[in-house]
Design a binder for this molecule. Structure first.
Ligand code: FAD
Ligand code: 2HG
Ligand code: ZN
Length: 546
């Protein structure tokens, strides 16, 4: 077999830029951080086809506004204005008519699929302000939606009707960092990339990384229990988050910002907030254990002929790379075709393959890591599990290989919309779902190259290392006929394989009614009891989750 040589030398190490050392500063403001990922693909791309999804309430008429909730009045707005003081802390569309364009980004989700009708956005600057806002809302039966970076992908971060948006954007201070233990305590509104940058300067890394890092907030990450690109290495937030500070709907402040890794004193209440999607309270600060930043990073991008070979390559990667393996990401050919069609850049490999994978190693000894990776690559190519591949030679190449994977979410929305399914299924069955869904849409006559077909393409990619597939159906417009072919079919398929209908993005509005495909009746009843206990009036993020 003729292999195209991997960029020589096979696995030359990539030295990360020297990490600047600076002293540990509590209360360091990182307000200035520039967002590097747009919260949505450029409007010019989307607008033509998206034709705005319209209000969620119109697309889903079965969801009825809860009549118990009060409607906002001038009196309410006056209270909030007095409380927050600053003009920049409130967007008031209740008493002012010209705020529509300022409020729109808070009403519209990242996919442009869900659109609320909120007329008031509050941006508290402290935990005490959050507490006073929630207490008032609870007493006056005003429903609220907590919002971080609004990059959530299940419609959880935007209102359905006129719920007040409570944004954490102004709560963005690093409170504490311990250079010995790696424990970071930060406000919930700190942007993930800003937190990571702060840590990088001190030789540490945030134990979560994802494509929306330039926009999402760490409070939003914890509230969705985001998984991301290196869960394989650093584990779930359920393990790395050490403590939280949160405000309950009645205004009570739960101060549990433990900095301890071990603390077996009673129920671990913080776990309730991790992945609660804003349904039991607002997280105002997070304490998290951050690992040492690896000095040697290698990234390889490989072309693979079949899903069977990809599974074998994954097995070899686990065996041969062991403790230095930090990511094993899957991309199918269609996801890469779309990425290149939209971005117009050069492909990393000369040939085209049904599957690609991105492998990252992170370790402390670059020679040792490079040697290991080199051996692994030689082995999988000799065994013909991998046909072609490249290894990044420097930081720029490393970033550009990662962009092939991280950029899929943005480019897939190019035609107007995307139906997203974020699923956990045993690895052996994972890709079959993509093929079955494509066949089903094809048989329904919904997929094609011209405008008359709503569906553009069906793609699969994701975190193979975590058995987590992202099934994305790119559409020219959101149409019920497509949704009805996909749902509940996809959820039944997953349930049949004992999988989960949400591996990492959560339930939000999108999956609320399908929770039964992944959770039993007793579990759902207990979840409802918990919700009723902490939020008896139901003001927190209503119409979603359970
Ligand atoms: P938002 O979208 O603002 O909110 C998400 C949910 O949390 C909502 O229900 C909201 O009400 C609630 N919430 C927000 N802040 C708080 C708070 N302080 N207290 C209580 N509730 C709150 N997810 C992954 O798991 N892995 C990925 O690899 C990944 N990659 C992504 C890539 C892109 C390009 C995009 C757009 C999204 C991606 N996501 C991923 C989805 C998303 O979950 C994450 O981006 C992120 O965790 C959401 O954070 P956020 O601040 O934007 O939260
Ligand atoms: C990712 O892994 C994110 O890139 C987003 O979880 C996946 O857009 C998606 O479906
Ligand atoms: Zn993901």
């Amino acid at each position: 077999m003729a292999h195209r040589a991997i960029l020589t030398p096979i696995a030359r190490r990539v030295a990360l830029p020297a990490l600047r050392k600076s002293s540990t500063t509590a209360n360091a403001s990182i307000n200035h951080f520039r967002r590097v990922v747009p919260t949505a693909a450029p409007k010019s791309n989307r607008a033509s086809a998206a034709k705005s999804s319209g209000f969620t309430a119109d697309s889903y008429p079965e969801i009825i506004r809860d009549p118990r909730f009060a409607k906002l009045t001038k009196k309410h707005v006056t209270y909030f204005k007095q409380l927050l003081g600053k003009e920049s802390a409130i967007i008031d569309g209740v008493t002012t008519d010209d705020k529509a364009s300022e409020i729109e980004p808070y009403n519209l989700d990242w996919m442009r699929k869900y659109k609320g009708q909120c007329t008031l956005v509050l941006k508290p600057g402290s935990t005490e302000e959050v507490s006073k806002i929630l207490k008032y809302c609870n007493e006056n039966l005003l429903a609220v939606v907590p919002q971080g970076g609004n990059t959530g992908l299940v419609g959880g971060s935007v209102p359905v009707f006129d719920e007040i948006v409570i944004s954490t954007a102004r709560m963005n201070q690093i409170r504490f960092f311990d250079e010995l233990s790696g424990v970071l305590v930060a406000d919930s509104g700190v942007i993930l990339e800003a937190a990571d940058q702060y840590l990088a300067e001190r030789g540490y890394i945030f134990p979560l990384d994802l494509g929306a890092k330039g926009s999402c907030h760490i409070g939003g990450n914890v509230s969705t229990n985001a998984g991301g690109l290196r869960l394989l290495r650093y584990g779930s937030l359920h393990g790395t988050v050490l403590g939280i500070e949160a405000v309950l709907p009645d205004g009570t402040i739960l101060e549990d910002l433990s900095r301890l890794r071990k603390n077996n004193t009673g129920y671990d209440l913080k776990q309730l907030f991790i992945g609660a999607e804003g349904t039991v309270g607002i997280i105002t600060a997070v304490s998290i254990h951050c690992p040492q930043r690896s000095k040697a990073i290698n990234v390889a991008f490989l072309g693979v002929e079949s899903y069977e070979k990809l599974q074998l390559a994954f097995r070899e990667a686990k065996t041969q790379l062991g403790e230095i393996l930090s990511a094993f990401e899957l991309m199918d050919s269609r996801s890469q075709d779309i990425f290149h069609k939209v971005k117009g850049n050069k492909r990393p490999l000369e040939g085209e393959y049904p599957f690609y994978c991105l492998i990252e190693t992170s370790g402390s000894n670059s020679e040792h890591d490079s040697e290991k990776l080199e051996k692994f690559l030689e082995d999988v190519m000799t065994k013909e599990l991998v046909t072609d591949g490249v290894v990044a030679q420097d930081e720029t190449q490393l970033r550009s290989l990662w962009a092939q994977r991280e950029g899929i979410t943005e480019t897939i929305g190019h035609w107007g919309g995307v139906y997203k399914y974020d699923v956990s299924i045993p690895i052996k069955d994972m890709y079959q779902l993509v093929d079955d869904v494509r066949t089903r849409l094809d048989e329904a006559g919904l997929i094609g190259e011209t405008d008359e077909f709503p569906v553009v393409d069906v793609v699969g990619y994701g975190h193979m290392g975590d058995s987590n597939l992202h099934l994305n159906i790119a559409v020219r417009r959101y149409e019920k006929v497509v949704e009805n072919v996909l749902e509940p079919y996809v959820y039944e398929w997953i349930s049949h394989k004992d999988g989960s209908i949400s591996a990492e993005h959560g339930l939000g509005l999108a999956k609320k009614k399908y929770i039964g495909y992944s959770r039993g009746d007793t579990t759902i009843t207990m979840m409802k009891q918990i919700k009723n206990l902490y939020d008896p009036k139901g003001i927190m993020n209503p119409y979603k989750y359970i």
